[in-house]
Write a protein that binds this ligand. Structure first.
Ligand code: 4AD
Ligand code: MG
Length: 460
């Protein structure tokens, strides 16, 4: 007897004898002389139909199987006489592994996303969330494939860090100190007594470390969790999210934009090809335009324009924005979305942002006002990628750090890289959850990560 996944069985070309399937009961319908049991094992969206005849020794117990119960089915894969499916399993034996209690909250009716967030431990068992997390798995693999095929090395950067890469002060502090005892003369937490003898935080980005490895190994990428204590309770911000951060050497901002565009197209195309069945569910129940929009992303040339031009477009537009637009101000989600979804109707790459709104490490342009930054904005979400060419000139970098109020001593190792064999290099960060929102059409970041962490929410 051989164990099979349901995905494999449903795609079988031939009948199979003596098979074993494990899974959970989705529904059961009793007829005269036998029962139809729909079983799912999470390997795909579809269930497999099990035919359980009343000849089975434990048929009395089989009739008690409730939604959510776990079973091991032995039998043969045979062509179905019914119309709903090609294959079904004629059971010769069913082991009841456990019976789910009647209070199982996932019954047949459709539940709202808000309700399902309150049972995040069970929602992966629904069709929709099963599909989300399968796509999450497939695209994680695709990321590694994409970069590996291009010759990038996969590196790991610290989760606990002593430096604020983005300089935005949005870091979660890491401490093991007893808060009451460890206060210094100034009434502040005394980091000297803490675990590392220095302030420590959860990383907001692996970039600074990734740069060090790129300057040794050539092109590299990270793919890992990052943390931001920004108190913005929006549908596209999470306190813990995953980021893909490639870093390329001997290249400039144009190469960076090219790589960003290729990455988004590759991953979108991968999902269209490899996650077809799951994507069709989203195209039916979440966003009717989904497949057309995803194809548009794969086929279109992303628009590229300087930040300044984008600001002019926004000022000229008749759109009523909640936040005012002017040169030197950061764009809000509404502005980004207007540019991508309404004005250009495709992804847009903005570059050369004012230095005043960007971090210290971005390369200063000759105009002395802007930096070689680039953001990729996509319809429905806004910023999906944030990146830049890095400042490789030691003297300019030191000046920028002073302007940003950063202490050079704290970044001695970063500055060393500009002393010893510095080269033009660039990279970006792609928010993995935002990519999943794009690919599935799901509107809230809380619904593409199994256990979301957002302000005021640490359940599960
Ligand atoms: O633009 P960001 O802040 O860029 C950086 O952190 C750079 N150091 C990356 C680099 O150049 N290596 O963040 C990159 C991306 C954003 O474009 C967005 O997609 C995502 O990370 N992101 C978030 N996703 C979910 N929740 C949040 N709170 C996010 N903040 C940023
Ligand atoms: Mg950004």
């Amino acid at each position: 007897m051989k164990k099979y996944k349901i995905l494999f069985l449903l795609n079988s070309k031939v009948q199979l004898e003596n098979i074993v399937v494990n899974g959970w009961v989705r529904t059961k319908r009793d007829s005269s002389g036998f029962s139809f049991i729909e079983v799912n094992d999470g390997s795909c969206l579809k269930n497999i139909q099990i035919i359980a005849e009343n000849k089975l020794g434990n048929y009395i117990d089989i009739k008690k199987l409730s939604t959510g119960s776990a079973v091991t089915v032995y039998g043969d894969l045979a062509e179905s006489k019914g119309s709903g499916q090609k294959w079904e399993v004629l059971a010769t034996k069913i082991d009841i592994i456990s019976i789910a209690s009647d209070s199982y909250p996932l019954q047949k009716k459709r539940h709202t996303d808000e309700y399902l967030r309150t049972i995040a431990h069970l929602r992966p068992r629904t069709n929709k969330y099963g599909a989300v997390f399968r796509i999450r798995s497939e695209l994680s693999f695709a990321i590694h494939k994409f970069f590996r095929d291009k010759g990038f090395k996969y590196i790991h950067t610290p989760i606990i860090t002593g430096s604020d890469c983005e300089g935005a002060g949005e870091m979660f502090k890491v401490t093991v100190m007893d808060q009451e005892k460890a206060i210094n003369k100034n009434g502040q937490a005394d980091d000297l007594q803490d675990f590392f003898g220095k302030p420590a935080s959860l990383t907001v980005s692996g970039q600074l470390s990734a740069e060090m490895l790129a300057l040794a190994l050539g092109d590299v990428y990270t793919f890992g969790p990052t943390f931001r204590a920004e108190n913005s309770n929006t549908r596209r911000h999470a306190a813990e999210f995953w980021m893909i951060e490639p870093e390329m050497v001997f290249c400039d901002i144009n190469d960076d934009m090219d790589l960003g565009e290729q990455t988004i197209k590759y991953l979108t195309d991968y999902a269209l090809k490899e996650c077809k069945e799951d994507l069709e569910l989203f195209a039916t129940f979440v966003d009717k335009e989904l497949l057309k929009n995803l194809e548009n992303i794969c086929l279109s040339d992303f628009e590229r324009l300087p930040y300044e031009e984008a600001v002019k477009i926004l000022i000229k537009s008749k759109e009523k924005f909640e936040y005012e637009v002017s040169f030197g101000k950061d764009l809000q989600a509404e502005h980004e979305n207007y540019l991508a979804a309404q004005y250009f109707k495709k992804p847009v790459i903005l570059y050369n942002y004012p230095k005043s709104i960007k971090p210290f490490y971005m390369r200063l342009n000759d105009d002395d006002k802007t930096v070689a930054a680039m953001d990729i904005l996509v319809p429905g979400i806004g910023e999906l990628i944030g990146g830049s060419q890095r400042e490789e000139r030691l003297d300019v970098l030191e000046l920028r750090m002073e302007e940003c109020g950063l202490l050079k001593e704290n970044y001695w190792w970063y500055l060393d890289s500009r002393r010893f064999g510095t080269v033009p290099h660039s990279g970006f960060g792609l928010g993995f959850e935002r990519l999943l929102m794009l690919v599935t059409g799901i509107k809230n970041i809380r619904d593409v990560i199994p256990f979301p962490r957002t302000p005021g929410n640490i359940e599960f």
